[in-house]
Design a protein around this ligand. Structure first.
Ligand code: ZN
Length: 390
Protein backbone atom coordinates (compact mmCIF):
# COMPACT_ATOMS: atom_id res chain seq x y z
CA UNK A 1 0.00 0.00 0.00
CA UNK A 2 1.23 3.43 -0.72
CA UNK A 3 1.04 7.00 0.31
CA UNK A 4 0.14 9.58 -2.30
CA UNK A 5 3.68 10.68 -3.02
CA UNK A 6 6.14 8.10 -4.18
CA UNK A 7 3.48 5.41 -4.33
CA UNK A 8 4.50 4.07 -7.70
CA UNK A 9 8.21 4.26 -6.79
CA UNK A 10 7.52 2.18 -3.73
CA UNK A 11 5.42 -0.18 -5.82
CA UNK A 12 8.29 -0.55 -8.27
CA UNK A 13 10.69 -1.26 -5.46
CA UNK A 14 8.37 -3.89 -4.00
CA UNK A 15 7.99 -5.46 -7.42
CA UNK A 16 11.77 -5.55 -7.86
CA UNK A 17 12.24 -7.09 -4.43
CA UNK A 18 9.65 -9.76 -5.23
CA UNK A 19 11.40 -10.38 -8.57
CA UNK A 20 14.76 -10.92 -6.85
CA UNK A 21 13.17 -13.42 -4.44
CA UNK A 22 11.54 -15.19 -7.36
CA UNK A 23 14.85 -15.46 -9.26
CA UNK A 24 16.52 -16.92 -6.18
CA UNK A 25 13.87 -19.66 -6.00
CA UNK A 26 15.83 -21.47 -8.71
CA UNK A 27 19.08 -21.34 -6.77
CA UNK A 28 21.89 -19.12 -5.46
CA UNK A 29 23.63 -16.84 -7.95
CA UNK A 30 26.05 -13.90 -8.11
CA UNK A 31 24.59 -10.47 -7.50
CA UNK A 32 25.57 -9.30 -11.00
CA UNK A 33 23.67 -12.18 -12.54
CA UNK A 34 20.54 -11.27 -10.57
CA UNK A 35 20.80 -7.74 -11.95
CA UNK A 36 20.98 -9.10 -15.49
CA UNK A 37 18.08 -11.50 -15.00
CA UNK A 38 15.87 -8.93 -13.28
CA UNK A 39 16.73 -6.25 -15.83
CA UNK A 40 17.72 -3.69 -13.21
CA UNK A 41 20.99 -1.94 -12.45
CA UNK A 42 23.66 -3.62 -10.27
CA UNK A 43 23.34 -0.70 -7.84
CA UNK A 44 19.61 -1.37 -7.44
CA UNK A 45 20.24 -5.06 -6.80
CA UNK A 46 22.94 -4.20 -4.23
CA UNK A 47 20.48 -2.03 -2.37
CA UNK A 48 17.62 -4.58 -2.61
CA UNK A 49 19.89 -7.40 -1.43
CA UNK A 50 20.99 -5.31 1.54
CA UNK A 51 17.33 -4.83 2.53
CA UNK A 52 16.58 -8.53 2.08
CA UNK A 53 19.59 -9.47 4.23
CA UNK A 54 18.38 -7.07 6.91
CA UNK A 55 14.92 -8.64 6.87
CA UNK A 56 16.40 -12.14 7.06
CA UNK A 57 15.08 -13.26 3.68
CA UNK A 58 18.40 -13.83 1.90
CA UNK A 59 22.01 -14.52 2.88
CA UNK A 60 25.20 -13.50 1.06
CA UNK A 61 28.58 -15.19 0.90
CA UNK A 62 31.82 -14.43 -0.95
CA UNK A 63 32.40 -16.55 -4.07
CA UNK A 64 33.55 -16.36 -7.65
CA UNK A 65 31.85 -15.81 -10.98
CA UNK A 66 33.67 -16.19 -14.32
CA UNK A 67 36.93 -16.34 -12.38
CA UNK A 68 36.31 -13.08 -10.54
CA UNK A 69 35.35 -12.42 -6.97
CA UNK A 70 31.60 -12.07 -6.57
CA UNK A 71 28.89 -11.84 -3.94
CA UNK A 72 26.74 -14.96 -4.04
CA UNK A 73 23.17 -14.47 -2.89
CA UNK A 74 20.84 -17.25 -1.77
CA UNK A 75 17.49 -17.54 -0.07
CA UNK A 76 17.69 -17.81 3.69
CA UNK A 77 16.22 -21.01 5.07
CA UNK A 78 12.86 -19.83 6.27
CA UNK A 79 10.87 -21.46 9.02
CA UNK A 80 7.37 -22.42 7.87
CA UNK A 81 4.74 -19.86 8.59
CA UNK A 82 1.37 -18.51 7.56
CA UNK A 83 -0.09 -15.19 6.60
CA UNK A 84 -3.31 -14.34 8.37
CA UNK A 85 -6.17 -12.12 7.29
CA UNK A 86 -9.03 -11.33 9.63
CA UNK A 87 -12.17 -9.55 8.53
CA UNK A 88 -14.09 -7.98 11.38
CA UNK A 89 -17.65 -7.53 10.16
CA UNK A 90 -20.67 -6.02 11.84
CA UNK A 91 -22.12 -9.47 12.39
CA UNK A 92 -19.13 -11.77 12.58
CA UNK A 93 -15.53 -12.54 11.82
CA UNK A 94 -13.96 -14.14 8.74
CA UNK A 95 -10.48 -15.57 8.94
CA UNK A 96 -8.21 -16.41 6.02
CA UNK A 97 -4.99 -18.32 6.43
CA UNK A 98 -2.46 -18.77 3.66
CA UNK A 99 0.42 -21.10 4.43
CA UNK A 100 3.69 -20.07 2.83
CA UNK A 101 4.39 -23.67 1.85
CA UNK A 102 1.26 -23.99 -0.26
CA UNK A 103 -2.14 -22.60 -0.83
CA UNK A 104 -4.69 -22.80 1.93
CA UNK A 105 -7.62 -20.50 2.35
CA UNK A 106 -10.09 -20.86 5.16
CA UNK A 107 -12.88 -18.74 6.41
CA UNK A 108 -15.05 -19.13 9.43
CA UNK A 109 -17.78 -16.87 10.69
CA UNK A 110 -18.52 -15.72 14.17
CA UNK A 111 -22.14 -14.70 13.95
CA UNK A 112 -23.49 -11.97 16.18
CA UNK A 113 -20.47 -10.07 17.45
CA UNK A 114 -21.10 -9.57 21.14
CA UNK A 115 -19.85 -6.80 23.40
CA UNK A 116 -16.10 -6.52 23.06
CA UNK A 117 -15.22 -7.50 26.59
CA UNK A 118 -11.82 -9.01 27.15
CA UNK A 119 -12.91 -12.69 27.17
CA UNK A 120 -14.60 -12.28 23.80
CA UNK A 121 -11.52 -10.67 22.28
CA UNK A 122 -9.49 -13.55 23.58
CA UNK A 123 -11.97 -16.10 22.30
CA UNK A 124 -11.72 -14.57 18.84
CA UNK A 125 -7.95 -14.63 19.12
CA UNK A 126 -8.06 -18.33 20.03
CA UNK A 127 -10.53 -18.96 17.20
CA UNK A 128 -7.99 -17.47 14.77
CA UNK A 129 -5.14 -19.39 16.37
CA UNK A 130 -6.96 -22.72 15.93
CA UNK A 131 -6.87 -22.26 12.17
CA UNK A 132 -3.12 -21.67 12.21
CA UNK A 133 -1.05 -24.76 11.45
CA UNK A 134 2.17 -22.92 12.21
CA UNK A 135 3.58 -19.61 13.25
CA UNK A 136 2.07 -16.44 11.81
CA UNK A 137 4.52 -14.33 9.83
CA UNK A 138 2.21 -11.47 8.99
CA UNK A 139 -1.35 -10.46 9.84
CA UNK A 140 -3.81 -7.82 8.69
CA UNK A 141 -7.20 -7.12 10.22
CA UNK A 142 -9.90 -5.55 8.06
CA UNK A 143 -12.33 -3.27 9.85
CA UNK A 144 -15.52 -1.74 8.44
CA UNK A 145 -14.45 1.81 9.17
CA UNK A 146 -12.11 4.41 7.79
CA UNK A 147 -8.69 3.75 9.26
CA UNK A 148 -6.34 6.73 9.10
CA UNK A 149 -2.68 6.01 8.41
CA UNK A 150 -1.93 7.74 11.69
CA UNK A 151 -3.95 5.17 13.57
CA UNK A 152 -6.97 6.45 15.49
CA UNK A 153 -5.94 10.08 15.40
CA UNK A 154 -8.93 11.22 13.46
CA UNK A 155 -11.12 8.17 13.24
CA UNK A 156 -14.72 9.31 12.84
CA UNK A 157 -17.53 6.86 13.46
CA UNK A 158 -21.29 7.14 13.19
CA UNK A 159 -23.26 7.34 16.43
CA UNK A 160 -24.18 3.88 17.76
CA UNK A 161 -21.51 2.33 15.58
CA UNK A 162 -21.64 -1.34 16.54
CA UNK A 163 -17.89 -1.91 16.41
CA UNK A 164 -16.71 1.33 18.03
CA UNK A 165 -15.27 -0.47 21.03
CA UNK A 166 -13.40 -2.82 18.75
CA UNK A 167 -11.41 0.05 17.39
CA UNK A 168 -9.87 1.14 20.66
CA UNK A 169 -6.16 0.94 21.36
CA UNK A 170 -6.18 -2.47 23.04
CA UNK A 171 -8.57 -4.32 20.77
CA UNK A 172 -5.87 -6.19 18.83
CA UNK A 173 -3.62 -7.06 21.77
CA UNK A 174 -4.99 -10.60 22.40
CA UNK A 175 -4.72 -11.37 18.69
CA UNK A 176 -1.15 -10.08 18.53
CA UNK A 177 -0.29 -12.21 21.54
CA UNK A 178 -1.59 -15.47 20.08
CA UNK A 179 -0.16 -14.77 16.64
CA UNK A 180 3.19 -13.62 17.95
CA UNK A 181 3.32 -10.89 15.33
CA UNK A 182 2.17 -7.31 15.00
CA UNK A 183 -1.25 -6.81 13.44
CA UNK A 184 -1.97 -4.05 10.93
CA UNK A 185 -5.51 -2.71 10.62
CA UNK A 186 -6.90 -1.48 7.33
CA UNK A 187 -10.19 -0.47 5.80
CA UNK A 188 -12.27 -3.42 4.57
CA UNK A 189 -13.23 -1.98 1.18
CA UNK A 190 -9.59 -1.15 0.42
CA UNK A 191 -8.70 -4.76 1.17
CA UNK A 192 -11.57 -6.16 -0.90
CA UNK A 193 -10.31 -4.01 -3.78
CA UNK A 194 -6.77 -5.31 -3.24
CA UNK A 195 -8.07 -8.89 -3.49
CA UNK A 196 -9.96 -8.07 -6.67
CA UNK A 197 -6.86 -6.37 -8.07
CA UNK A 198 -4.47 -9.24 -7.41
CA UNK A 199 -6.81 -12.22 -7.77
CA UNK A 200 -10.21 -11.17 -9.06
CA UNK A 201 -12.14 -8.94 -11.45
CA UNK A 202 -9.59 -6.10 -11.49
CA UNK A 203 -6.56 -8.24 -12.39
CA UNK A 204 -4.44 -6.55 -15.02
CA UNK A 205 -6.10 -3.13 -14.66
CA UNK A 206 -3.86 -0.13 -14.04
CA UNK A 207 -6.68 2.11 -12.85
CA UNK A 208 -10.22 1.47 -11.67
CA UNK A 209 -12.77 2.51 -9.10
CA UNK A 210 -13.96 -0.18 -6.72
CA UNK A 211 -17.42 0.46 -5.31
CA UNK A 212 -18.65 -1.60 -2.39
CA UNK A 213 -22.42 -1.63 -1.95
CA UNK A 214 -23.34 -3.46 1.23
CA UNK A 215 -25.12 -2.41 4.43
CA UNK A 216 -23.05 0.74 4.05
CA UNK A 217 -21.19 2.14 1.05
CA UNK A 218 -17.42 2.04 0.68
CA UNK A 219 -14.87 1.98 -2.05
CA UNK A 220 -11.28 2.18 -3.14
CA UNK A 221 -9.21 3.71 -5.89
CA UNK A 222 -6.96 1.43 -7.87
CA UNK A 223 -4.33 3.74 -9.35
CA UNK A 224 -1.15 2.59 -11.06
CA UNK A 225 -1.88 -1.02 -10.07
CA UNK A 226 -1.99 -0.21 -6.37
CA UNK A 227 -4.58 0.79 -3.83
CA UNK A 228 -4.38 4.56 -3.45
CA UNK A 229 -4.81 5.51 0.20
CA UNK A 230 -4.51 9.28 0.06
CA UNK A 231 -2.44 11.44 2.39
CA UNK A 232 -4.30 10.24 5.46
CA UNK A 233 -5.23 6.72 4.40
CA UNK A 234 -8.90 7.62 4.01
CA UNK A 235 -9.21 7.65 0.20
CA UNK A 236 -12.17 5.73 -1.17
CA UNK A 237 -14.67 6.63 1.54
CA UNK A 238 -17.50 6.95 -0.95
CA UNK A 239 -20.45 6.59 1.42
CA UNK A 240 -20.55 10.30 2.16
CA UNK A 241 -20.35 11.60 -1.38
CA UNK A 242 -23.45 13.63 -2.03
CA UNK A 243 -25.98 11.65 -4.02
CA UNK A 244 -28.72 14.24 -3.74
CA UNK A 245 -28.69 17.75 -2.32
CA UNK A 246 -32.29 17.35 -1.16
CA UNK A 247 -31.73 13.99 0.48
CA UNK A 248 -32.07 13.20 4.17
CA UNK A 249 -29.70 14.68 6.74
CA UNK A 250 -26.73 12.41 7.55
CA UNK A 251 -24.93 12.00 10.86
CA UNK A 252 -21.81 13.37 9.16
CA UNK A 253 -23.48 16.77 8.78
CA UNK A 254 -24.18 16.66 5.04
CA UNK A 255 -27.37 15.93 3.21
CA UNK A 256 -28.18 13.15 0.78
CA UNK A 257 -25.05 11.10 1.36
CA UNK A 258 -24.80 8.10 -0.95
CA UNK A 259 -25.01 5.72 1.98
CA UNK A 260 -28.38 7.18 2.96
CA UNK A 261 -29.67 6.53 -0.54
CA UNK A 262 -28.33 3.07 -1.31
CA UNK A 263 -27.36 1.61 2.08
CA UNK A 264 -29.40 -1.24 3.54
CA UNK A 265 -31.33 1.08 5.87
CA UNK A 266 -32.55 3.00 2.84
CA UNK A 267 -33.43 0.06 0.61
CA UNK A 268 -34.90 -2.58 2.89
CA UNK A 269 -37.94 -0.71 4.26
CA UNK A 270 -39.26 -0.58 0.68
CA UNK A 271 -39.10 -4.36 0.51
CA UNK A 272 -41.07 -4.98 3.69
CA UNK A 273 -44.36 -5.13 1.82
CA UNK A 274 -43.20 -8.45 0.34
CA UNK A 275 -42.12 -9.89 3.69
CA UNK A 276 -44.41 -8.71 6.48
CA UNK A 277 -43.04 -9.65 9.88
CA UNK A 278 -39.90 -11.31 8.49
CA UNK A 279 -36.30 -10.35 9.06
CA UNK A 280 -34.95 -9.11 5.73
CA UNK A 281 -31.43 -8.39 4.52
CA UNK A 282 -29.76 -7.43 1.27
CA UNK A 283 -29.64 -11.17 0.55
CA UNK A 284 -33.46 -11.18 0.63
CA UNK A 285 -33.49 -8.32 -1.86
CA UNK A 286 -31.12 -10.16 -4.20
CA UNK A 287 -33.21 -13.33 -3.92
CA UNK A 288 -36.38 -11.40 -4.75
CA UNK A 289 -34.70 -9.83 -7.76
CA UNK A 290 -33.63 -13.29 -8.94
CA UNK A 291 -37.20 -14.52 -8.44
CA UNK A 292 -38.41 -11.77 -10.78
CA UNK A 293 -40.38 -9.78 -8.20
CA UNK A 294 -41.03 -6.39 -9.69
CA UNK A 295 -40.84 -4.35 -6.49
CA UNK A 296 -37.38 -5.77 -5.72
CA UNK A 297 -36.24 -5.15 -9.26
CA UNK A 298 -37.31 -1.50 -9.03
CA UNK A 299 -35.42 -1.05 -5.78
CA UNK A 300 -32.29 -2.49 -7.40
CA UNK A 301 -32.65 -0.33 -10.52
CA UNK A 302 -33.05 2.83 -8.44
CA UNK A 303 -30.11 1.92 -6.23
CA UNK A 304 -27.97 1.43 -9.33
CA UNK A 305 -29.06 4.80 -10.66
CA UNK A 306 -28.32 6.64 -7.41
CA UNK A 307 -24.92 4.94 -7.08
CA UNK A 308 -24.06 5.82 -10.68
CA UNK A 309 -24.98 9.45 -10.16
CA UNK A 310 -22.96 9.57 -6.95
CA UNK A 311 -19.68 8.22 -8.32
CA UNK A 312 -19.82 9.71 -11.83
CA UNK A 313 -17.87 12.88 -10.86
CA UNK A 314 -15.01 10.72 -9.58
CA UNK A 315 -14.95 8.58 -12.68
CA UNK A 316 -14.90 11.70 -14.81
CA UNK A 317 -12.31 13.58 -12.75
CA UNK A 318 -9.89 10.66 -12.66
CA UNK A 319 -10.64 9.61 -16.23
CA UNK A 320 -11.36 6.03 -15.19
CA UNK A 321 -12.83 3.65 -17.71
CA UNK A 322 -13.56 0.72 -15.40
CA UNK A 323 -15.65 0.43 -12.26
CA UNK A 324 -15.84 -2.79 -10.25
CA UNK A 325 -19.00 -3.22 -8.18
CA UNK A 326 -18.81 -5.47 -5.14
CA UNK A 327 -20.63 -5.97 -1.85
CA UNK A 328 -23.84 -7.78 -0.97
CA UNK A 329 -25.99 -5.54 -3.15
CA UNK A 330 -23.97 -6.62 -6.20
CA UNK A 331 -25.77 -9.97 -5.93
CA UNK A 332 -28.79 -8.19 -7.45
CA UNK A 333 -26.90 -8.53 -10.73
CA UNK A 334 -28.11 -7.07 -13.99
CA UNK A 335 -30.94 -4.71 -12.96
CA UNK A 336 -28.55 -2.94 -10.61
CA UNK A 337 -25.52 -3.03 -12.87
CA UNK A 338 -27.41 -1.93 -16.00
CA UNK A 339 -28.94 1.15 -14.41
CA UNK A 340 -25.64 1.92 -12.67
CA UNK A 341 -23.73 1.71 -15.95
CA UNK A 342 -26.31 3.73 -17.82
CA UNK A 343 -26.31 6.58 -15.28
CA UNK A 344 -22.56 6.53 -14.88
CA UNK A 345 -22.02 6.80 -18.60
CA UNK A 346 -24.60 9.55 -18.88
CA UNK A 347 -22.89 11.71 -16.24
CA UNK A 348 -19.26 11.01 -17.11
CA UNK A 349 -19.30 11.97 -20.75
CA UNK A 350 -15.62 12.84 -21.04
CA UNK A 351 -14.43 9.34 -20.21
CA UNK A 352 -15.50 7.85 -23.49
CA UNK A 353 -18.55 6.37 -25.10
CA UNK A 354 -19.22 4.07 -22.17
CA UNK A 355 -17.64 3.24 -18.84
CA UNK A 356 -17.04 -0.46 -18.42
CA UNK A 357 -18.55 -1.91 -15.27
CA UNK A 358 -17.86 -5.33 -13.85
CA UNK A 359 -19.20 -7.24 -10.90
CA UNK A 360 -16.56 -8.16 -8.35
CA UNK A 361 -15.67 -11.83 -8.70
CA UNK A 362 -14.47 -12.96 -5.28
CA UNK A 363 -17.69 -12.58 -3.30
CA UNK A 364 -17.90 -12.47 0.45
CA UNK A 365 -14.40 -13.83 1.20
CA UNK A 366 -12.82 -10.90 -0.69
CA UNK A 367 -12.15 -8.85 2.43
CA UNK A 368 -10.40 -11.61 4.37
CA UNK A 369 -8.54 -12.60 1.23
CA UNK A 370 -7.43 -9.00 0.67
CA UNK A 371 -6.22 -8.92 4.27
CA UNK A 372 -4.11 -12.03 3.73
CA UNK A 373 -2.72 -10.64 0.46
CA UNK A 374 -1.86 -7.41 2.26
CA UNK A 375 -0.08 -9.30 5.05
CA UNK A 376 1.91 -11.31 2.51
CA UNK A 377 2.73 -8.28 0.37
CA UNK A 378 4.27 -6.44 3.30
CA UNK A 379 6.83 -9.21 3.76
CA UNK A 380 7.69 -9.55 0.08
CA UNK A 381 7.44 -13.33 0.48
CA UNK A 382 4.64 -14.01 -1.91
CA UNK A 383 3.64 -14.99 -5.35
CA UNK A 384 -0.02 -14.35 -5.97
CA UNK A 385 -0.11 -16.96 -8.71
CA UNK A 386 0.52 -19.57 -6.02
CA UNK A 387 -2.54 -18.63 -4.00
CA UNK A 388 -5.45 -20.88 -4.89
CA UNK A 389 -8.92 -20.46 -3.54
CA UNK A 390 -11.05 -23.21 -2.12
ZN1 ZN B 1 -22.84 11.49 5.42
Amino acid sequence: MSTSSGGSLRGLREANRARVLQILQSGPRPQVQIAAEAGVSPATVTSLVRELVDSGQVVVAPGTSSGRRATIVSLATQPPGSFVGVSLRRDGVDVAVWGRDGARFETATWVGLPEPDQPIRERIARFVARLLPEQAIGATVAVPAAVPLARRETIVLPPDYPLAEWLDDDAMVPLEQVLGTAVTEKNDANLAALAELRLGAAQGLSHALYLELSDGVGGAFILNNEIFEGDGGMAGELGHLQGSEHGPRCWCGNRGCLELLVGADALLPGLRALHPGEQITLRTLADDVAAGRDLARRIAVEAGRDAGYGVAPLVQALNLSTVIVGGQLAACGDPLLSSFTETLSHFSTLVGPRVETRLASLGAPAVALGAVVDAAARTGLYSFSELKLG
